[in-house]
Design a protein around this ligand. Sequence first.
Ligand code: PEP
Length: 253
Amino acid sequence: MRQKIVAGNWKMNKTLNEGLKLTTEIVNMVADEVRGDVKVILAPPYIHLTQLNGQIKNADRIFLGAQNCSQHKSGAFTGEISAEMLASVGVSYVLVGHSERREYFNESNLQLASKIDIALENNLLPIFCCGESLDIRESGKYEAFICNQIKESLFHLNEEQFSKIVIAYEPIWAIGTGKTATSEQAQEVHAAIRKFIAGQYGGEIAESLSILYGGSCKPDNAKELFSCPDVDGGLIGGAALKSRDFTDIVKSF
Ligand code: PEP
């Protein structure tokens, strides 16, 4: 059985008090309403991590994630946050290569490969984001594009390292646009990613890899998306900012 995961990416939203309130609500709703083996990851802004860790420490199923980390170990990189620092405040997962990081901060596949390495060295579990723009989708070459993102950032890993990775497929044209990929479109790409991974790492590792869908996932479409055989959960943006919506998504399996 592959691990089912729902991760909430808060992006640059919520003050500390708002974030603590949202977390309290999610912790309570998950405890009262969620059954079964699903991991819930909350990825707030960096400066909220320490206090959120206090809130979720004793909560079943809930883990802390960061939205990014530096590819450098430490030193003169003003404004950056290292993987080691994240681990030291209780972070378990880190998003690597979100499309907003790729687009607004010019993160390249090779730079992301370094972030993956340093995350793993510090026992953080990377959630590697990939996905195509609308132009690439319309050109029909999206599978090759996504496979190349995965190859350039992940295929230097050995099997043991690779087995720690979670992949999030996030078509850029569906992020924050309200335009969700259909379950057929999501399943097609997820199956293609799994096949590509199997070619490099073998069927067993590919079968145990959790592949999340991200892009305008909401309570009313999560059930259909999560019922696809190769969709193992979701990376949630907008709907992660509302406790009711987020918990309902977690309950969609
Ligand atoms: C995201 O940014 O990872 C995301 C999926 O956002 P949204 O759910 O708002 O489309």
